[in-house]
Ligand binder design. Structure first.
Ligand SMILES: *Cc1c(COP(=O)(O)O)cnc(C)c1O
Length: 373
């Protein structure tokens, strides 16, 4: 027997992981069919995946497939002409990829604070951060809860700004009835294994305009539409047919998985005591990429005890605000961002959790919170 690094008081309990990609026989068969076809790179599977993704998740908008969510953000900025001298307003309470994409095009990310209820950018803070150099707003639909698109669209319209959504965590979420990625200039989705649906790796960009759509198709493929007739300087950011085949199968399941995530979230919200459970804005449909509670005292000790005593995994997204990462190294006054970074804890919410597992999560959290942990 090997010794575990983390001792658990109940070695008979199987760990409930924080997240779990769901890959079944149909994903395997779809990959096998592509391998048997001999056409592995971007081809008919990618084209079909784009059409289906647009129909199912962004109200029929055109969608361009790329090889990651980060590439989706980056290429959206390039295609919309955001570059040196431009400021882009972003949250600091997000994954680094959001602000990295802005820096990679030579623009300046301007970090603003979040709304402590939704964890998304605070529209009032966004409004205060607008300057003559502001070119775009880049809200993040964090944890699957949409940012306030009504307020952000109004600010953008007033100042002539682009809106580029980071929808990496929010497949199918809605604000005021509209799917995220269906109303802005562009939106980037991620298909990384831990997201609400996966292609292994991958990303999707939905856009408002046929011109931007065409530019994105050029940019992902060395700037070419016709082979060796490169029109612009481009990247290789293509998705392979192997990845698209996985994504197409997952797309057929994502809406029912989302309903199960929402049901699991409702159960946890009803049963948990002693921690602050998520609030869903009246205009929002939350797709619960993460189910995030606040643990105001000793969050890290709480997570450790949850794992050791109840074999419940959890995650902290994100422990360090992006502006303070060594890669940015900024000192800013973003109090709600700092408070969230110290308090948030994501509990398992994935669709295949059993009732017994949900009850173990509830027992663990309520016992530890009740004991004053
Ligand atoms: C996952 C994620 C990304 C990046 O997506 P990748 O597919 O991993 O490149 C960007 N922004 C946010 C908020 C994410 O969660």
């Amino acid at each position: 027997m090997t010794t575990q690094t983390t001792e658990t008081t109940h070695p008979e309990l199987e760990l409930i992981p924080a997240a779990k990609p769901l890959i079944g026989q149909d994903e395997r068969r779809a990959v096998d069919a592509v391998l048997a076809s001999g056409g592995l790179a971007q081809g008919p599977e990618v084209a079909a995946f784009e059409h289906e993704f647009g129909d199912v998740l962004v109200d029929g908008r055109p969608v361009v497939a790329v090889n990651s969510g980060t590439a989706a953000l980056h290429l959206a900025l390039v295609a919309l002409g955001v570059g040196p001298g431009d400021e882009v307003i972003v949250p600091s309470f997000t994954f680094a990829a959001t602000a990295n994409a802005v820096r990679l095009v030579g623009a300046t990310p301007v970090f603003v604070d979040i709304d402590p209820i939704t964890y998304c950018v605070d529209p009032a803070a966004v409004r205060r951060a607008v300057t003559p150099a502001t070119r775009a707003l880049m809200p993040v639909h964090l944890y699957g809860h949409p940012a306030d698109m009504t307020a952000l669209s109004a600010i953008a319209a007033e100042h002539g700004l682009l809106v580029i959504e980071d929808a990496a965590q929010a497949h199918g979420a809605r604000w005021a009835g509209a799917r995220v990625g269906s109303t802005s200039d562009a939106a980037a989705f991620s298909l990384y294994p831990t997201k609400n649906m996966t292609a292994g790796e991958g990303g999707m960009i939905s856009t408002a305009s046929a011109g931007v759509d065409r530019t994105l198709r050029l940019l992902r493929n060395q700037g070419m539409e016709q082979r060796y007739a490169n029109e612009v300087i481009g990247f290789n950011a293509r998705m392979s047919d192997i990845h698209a085949a996985i994504g197409r199968v997952q797309l057929g399941k994502v809406l029912s998985w989302t309903a199960q995530r929402q049901a699991n979230a409702a159960y946890l919200t009803r049963e948990l005591r002693g921690v602050v459970t998520p609030t869903v804005h009246a205009a929002a449909e939350h797709v619960f990429h993460q189910f995030v509670v606040r643990v105001p005292e000793d969050r890290d000790g709480f997570a450790e005890a949850l794992r050791a005593e109840f074999a419940v995994g959890s995650g902290v997204y994100y422990p360090t605000p992006v502006h303070r990462l060594p890669s940015f190294g900024l000192e800013l006054d973003l109090p709600e961002t700092e408070r969230a970074a110290g308090e948030v804890l994501a509990l398992p919410v994935y669709p295949t959790l059993t009732l017994a597992q949900l009850d173990r999560i509830v027992e663990g959290v309520n016992t530890l919170a009740g004991a004053g942990r």
